[in-house]
Design a protein around this ligand. Structure first.
Ligand SMILES: Cc1cc2nc3c(=O)[nH]c(=O)nc-3n(C[C@H](O)[C@H](O)[C@H](O)COP(=O)(O)OP(=O)(O)OC[C@H]3O[C@@H](n4cnc5c(N)ncnc54)[C@H](O)[C@@H]3O)c2cc1C
Ligand code: SF4
Ligand code: SF4
Length: 1010
């Protein structure tokens, strides 16, 4: 049956968006939950028509199907063992109402991106889950996800205006379009009648209707959303709002129109420390009574003075080494805290609170009122509000740091679980203390409780092993006890934010009671009569499903002794590349498979993402250790070669959004190094190249010369097609953007820059104290500019001229032609050679800089990045940072109107010099364009030559922007990236130094001295 399904599917969807192989099914099937379900097929969907057809096909073959956005769900609602339909990257369009009060969004736009768009208009997207940097609109709305600020008053249910959905029969309904509603009335009268009948039935039962209203007065995402049945009369509104919180069990959301809110201009926060947890909760209850003026309704949809109150228990404070908590411990041990015995720290509880206002006067008034309220409680320290973003940024960083800290320090092989319950606010003081006790009673001594106290919503983090039955039983017992506490004693919510999924499915009836549960079942049957949509999620008849299909987390303990140079080398503390790599691979064990790295991973969507790489490696590890399925192991290993290894750009951008700071590029480096074992010849070639750098460079110049000759004689079209054919045979790809050779600079060239009197405003650098050591990088010593480039002067000459213009004397390291930072070997996994080369370079630079007296400049940002990682004795700069630090005051800038694009390389971003680069470009041109949605270019050192698809994919969004904005030239700071940029945009890309040199003249002496 699956085969028939697939053969029909292939007629509807291009094959490259259908994954049936072991590796990608595992990778794409992994979500942030602790459940493992491997889909039979993964389909990357592209457009409504396609979804309608796929859904129709699933029904025809009775195959259950699940939708997925970013896969950051925690309760097991975005994984399946059947058909997985991904709606992410191809679903990113949006439009805004003229008054900016509403925004219409496709489901694949990341929440944080929506806020970026709205920020320009002083507005915000109200739902604010902590995962907003990765979670997509589809997942946020369909999970009814929320966070610190939106509470229940501004969640997706309250903010939704209309929805465009695709039903299981393939019908598209847009509840915001009168025409679509009219058609639906004609085609689906039964559907509407059933919705109306259910609405009336629920409302007729006063007790049920009242219970529904009460339960949604606090955060609640357990089960389907019943609020629309009591809140809206119009059946189309009921349909649209039922999608909120439906976790993909009712219909596909293809577009949603949401209200936006105005952002407050004035904000202040305070971290308030209470001497007991109970009092902290009592204070929260009182703060909730403080009402703001009517104007707040327009801003936050709620008239409260306090906008958020986050609780952090003592274990949470401990996990982030909160300085006040550390002091408290000292005070307790010194007997300074009345009634508390030394060693007992469990009472201290912090509430991080925030207030916002439209005017500064209002803000001060609010602060005074809140402080007055807090004054009635026993505080460890007086409450102090701050309006300084740097200071309150630190408070919020402490709050955000709890989860990564706890997750990062958990024992390897355990899962980091985040539970999510809510109590009615008036029960908070008692319920919180009981929850803390209950968790401790089940032996979770390192668990911490924190969360949105203002909404009665707490998360507790547990480090849980599922390796043994006893541990699974412990977890099950605790969850049942939590369910009793929350439901029986307080009528709270078992899931407040994260969705029911498979995790709470067995408890839905228990929490809601029979009548409400039956209403949910009825609603489900109206939308999905065959029960194919997200089977097992929300509705699951297996009472044990929450402890079944648990995800194994085998330890990634590579045999470091098996590297070519032996374990000895990897253990050598002086070899920093190896140390860093080993450290990062160990850190990969902390991965919680949250998927936050995927927004930055350039290969996500082409092959695998960083999360998928780790998930597959874990599976490979499990199969290796257990020996359970050698064929599957062999298949995964084979497929990983291309999808995991060869197409990883090793740029490390994944680490920038990873809560655990895991750089999967380092894992790739290690795997490449291990693979050298199987291919010692590759290692020997690397060794030869390292020992014959100067010869290799000359050889490369010959190749570039031959290619250039081919370009001239064959012409660009014929040459490109010849080279594409050669690339398919495994040869590096040549494109028209390929550089011409660059003659190796010789000492006489270098002198030329020092005595070149033909330069305008000649200064006398020989007599100046201003010196800089310039290492052009081996790439810039070898590769010049492309044939199409509007300028011809090689970069080494250009940099030298600019430095000279600013009065600097240029010093080149001795033996430069033999030198390399080692980047190229690192990227190939030859870590020992990489370290040897960087060691040689460091020695030469140390000498040239007179033991660090003079700054060192390298014109190639990825090389400089590596140098910064492994050399710590000298001041190292890439061009933009160097110019902004040393030259900007020694040059006059004459800005031009040319439309220029800037490409910020990964290394530029990682080194934090992107701001310098932007500022510098803006000094030179009045029309600097920063392309949207372009991160890593995917050239990845030399990978763009051998795997050009990586480069093409990384830059897929660039060319349309270049054309739409009439960009003439692009600037960057990496020659290899520039080659890829030029090939994929059709405009020349070159170092930013060319722009600066063009737009500057030396400053007059008088002004320099000022
Ligand atoms: C570290 C961490 C912190 C988190 N913090 C929060 C938090 O503060 N608050 C919170 O509420 N959640 C939080 N979450 C949970 C999760 O991130 C959110 O629920 C998020 O909104 C899910 O979005 P997603 O894009 O990943 O959706 P997915 O996980 O891909 O999908 C979510 C659900 O929507 C369905 N779906 C997806 N797209 C569609 C579509 N187009 N049509 C129909 N159904 C669809 C899926 O089937 C699934 O059931 C957190 C998760 C992690 C890992
Ligand atoms: S690498 Fe980091 S961001 Fe990516 S899934 Fe693992 S923990 Fe999450
Ligand atoms: S190094 Fe780059 S390509 Fe590789 S996993 Fe990380 S972000 Fe993705």
């Amino acid at each position: 049956m699956l085969n028939q399904f697939l053969s029909e599917l292939r007629k509807l969807v291009p094959n490259e968006r259908i994954y049936t192989d072991e590796l990608r099914r595992l990778g794409w099937g992994t979500d942030a939950s602790f459940y493992r379900h491997i889909p039979k097929v993964v389909i990357r969907s592209d457009g409504e028509a396609e979804i309608s057809l796929i859904v129709g096909l699933c029904r025809k073959y009775k195959l259950p199907f699940t939708f997925r956005a970013a896969g950051t769900s925690l309760s097991g609602q975005s994984c399946t063992d059947s058909v997985l339909i991904v709606a992410g990257k191809h679903w990113e369009r949006y439009s805004m109402a003229a008054d900016r009060e509403t925004i219409t969004l496709q489901p694949g736009i990341v929440g944080a991106r929506v806020n970026e768009i709205l920020k320009l208009y002083g507005r915000v997207f109200p739902p604010d889950p902590a995962s907003i940097g990765s979670a997509m609109v589809g997942g946020i709305v369909v999970n009814n996800a929320s966070g610190m600020n939106c509470g229940v008053h501004a969640n997706s249910d309250r903010m939704l205006v209309s929805a465009r959905i695709i039903l299981t029969d393939g019908t598209v309904l847009d509840t915001g379009s009168e025409e679509s509603r009219r058609q639906f009335r004609e085609t689906h009268p039964d559907f509407l009648e059933k919705i109306i009948a259910l609405r009336d039935k629920v409302r007729a039962d006063k007790e049920l209707a009242s219970r529904i209203r009460t339960k949604y007065s606090i955060k609640n995402v357990t089960g389907l959303n019943l609020r629309p049945l009591v809140a809206y009369d119009d059946p189309f509104d009921i349909i649209a709002h039922s999608i909120v919180g439906s976790e993909g069990t009712l219909a596909f959301l293809s577009e949603v129109t949401m209200k936006t809110l105005r952002d407050y201009p004035f904000k202040a926060s305070a971290m308030v420390y209470f001497l007991t947890m109970k009092e902290s909760c009592e204070a929260v209850v009182e703060m909730k009574q403080l009402k703001a003026g009517d104007e707040d309704l327009n801003m936050s949809a709620e008239q409260l003075m306090v906008k958020s109150a986050e609780m952090l228990d003592y274990m949470s404070l401990n996990s982030v080494d909160d300085p006040v908590f550390l002091q408290y411990k000292k005070d307790v041990d010194a007997g300074k805290i009345e009634g508390v015995k030394p060693g007992d720290y469990h009472n201290l509880t912090a509430i991080l609170t925030e207030t916002k206002a439209i005017t500064h006067e209002q803000l001060l008034e609010k602060i005074a009122t809140i402080k007055n309220c807090l004054g009635r409680f026993r505080l460890y320290r007086p409450a102090e509000f701050t309006e300084d973003p740097t200071v309150y940024g630190k408070y919020w960083a402490i709050r955000s740091g709890i989860f990564p800290s706890v997750g990062g320090t958990r024992p390897v092989g355990t899962s980091c679980l985040i539970e999510d319950v809510a109590f009615p606010i008036e029960s908070l003081p008692e319920a919180t203390v009981r929850l803390q006790q209950l968790i401790a009673d089940h032996g979770y001594s390192d668990a911490c409780i924190y969360g949105h106290a203002f909404e009665g919503n707490y998360h507790f983090i547990l480090n849980q092993s599922f390796a043994e039955k006893a541990e699974v039983d412990r977890y099950a017992d605790m969850m049942k006890a939590v369910a009793r506490l929350v439901v029986e004693d307080y009528d709270g919510s078992l899931k407040a934010e994260h969705g029911t999924g498979r995790n709470m499915a067995p408890f839905v009836r228990y929490e809601w009671g029979d009548k409400a549960y039956d209403a949910m079942r009825e609603l489900k049957a109206i939308f999905d009569p065959e029960g194919l949509l997200n089977q097992g999620v929300i509705f699951n008849d297996d009472p044990e499903c929450f402890i079944k299909c648990l995800k194994p987390l085998p330890v990634l303990d590579f045999n470091f002794d098996a590297v070519p140079d032996g374990g000895q080398y990897l253990m050598d503390p002086t070899l920093s590349t190896a140390k860093e790599t080993v450290e990062q691979v160990r850190r990969a064990n902390k991965c919680i498979e949250c998927g936050f790295c995927e927004v930055n991973c350039m290969s996500c969507g082409l092959t695998l993402s960083s999360r998928m790489r780790i998930a597959v490696q874990r599976e490979i590890r499990k199969l290796t250790v257990t020996g359970s399925d050698p064929d599957r192991l062999a298949t995964l290993k084979k497929q990983y070669k291309y999808y995991g290894d060869q197409t990883c750009a090793t740029d490390g951008l994944c680490s920038t959004s990873c809560p655990m700071k895991i750089n999967t590029g380092e894992l790739t480096h290690l795997i490449r190094q291990m693979d050298m074992n199987e291919s010692p010849i590759g290692y020997k070639v690397g060794e030869f190249a390292a020992n014959h750098m100067a010869g290799i460079k000359s050889g490369l110049r010959v190749i570039l010369d031959v290619a250039h000759l081919g370009h001239i004689t064959l012409g660009p079209t014929l040459m490109t097609s010849v080279c594409r054919t050669m690339n398919k045979m495994g040869m590096p790809l040549w494109t028209t953007a390929m550089p011409r050779k660059k003659r190796q600079p010789v000492p006489s060239d270098l002198t030329q820059f020092i005595i070149d009197r033909s330069l305008p405003h000649h200064t006398s650098p020989r007599t100046s104290d201003l010196k800089v050591v310039y290492f052009p990088s081996c790439i810039n010593q070898t590769m010049g500019l492309s044939k199409e480039s509007p300028v011809k002067r090689p970069l080494v000459d250009e940099v030298s001229q600019l430095l000279h213009k600013a009065g600097y004397e240029v010093l080149f390291p001795e033996g430069m032609e033999h030198m390399c930072c080692g980047q190229i070997w690192e990227s190939k996994g030859m870590l020992d050679i990489a370290d040897r080369k960087s060691g040689e370079l460091e020695a030469a630079l140390w000498k040239a800089s007179e033991q660090g007296r003079y700054p060192v400049l390298c014109a190639q940002s990825p090389c400089l990045h590596r140098m910064k990682m492994v050399m710590h004795r000298m001041h190292l700069y890439e061009p933009a940072e160097f110019i902004m630090t040393y030259l900007v005051d020694r040059l006059d800038f004459h800005s031009i109107d040319r439309h220029v694009a800037l490409h910020l390389t990964c290394s530029t971003r990682e080194m934090g010099v992107d701001k310098d680069m932007i500022a510098l470009a803006r000094l030179c041109s009045n029309n600097v364009y920063l392309p949207e949605g372009v991160g890593c270019c995917g050239f990845a050192g030399d990978r763009g030559f051998t795997f050009p698809e990586l480069n093409k994919y990384g830059l897929r969004k660039l060319r349309p922007q270049i054309e739409a904005n009439h960009i003439e030239v692009g600037y960057s700071n990496s020659r290899t990236c520039e080659i890829g940029l030029e090939s994929n945009t059709g405009i020349p890309y070159m170092s930013i130094v060319y722009l600066v040199n063009e737009c500057t003249t030396p400053k007059q002496k008088e002004s320099i001295n000022k």
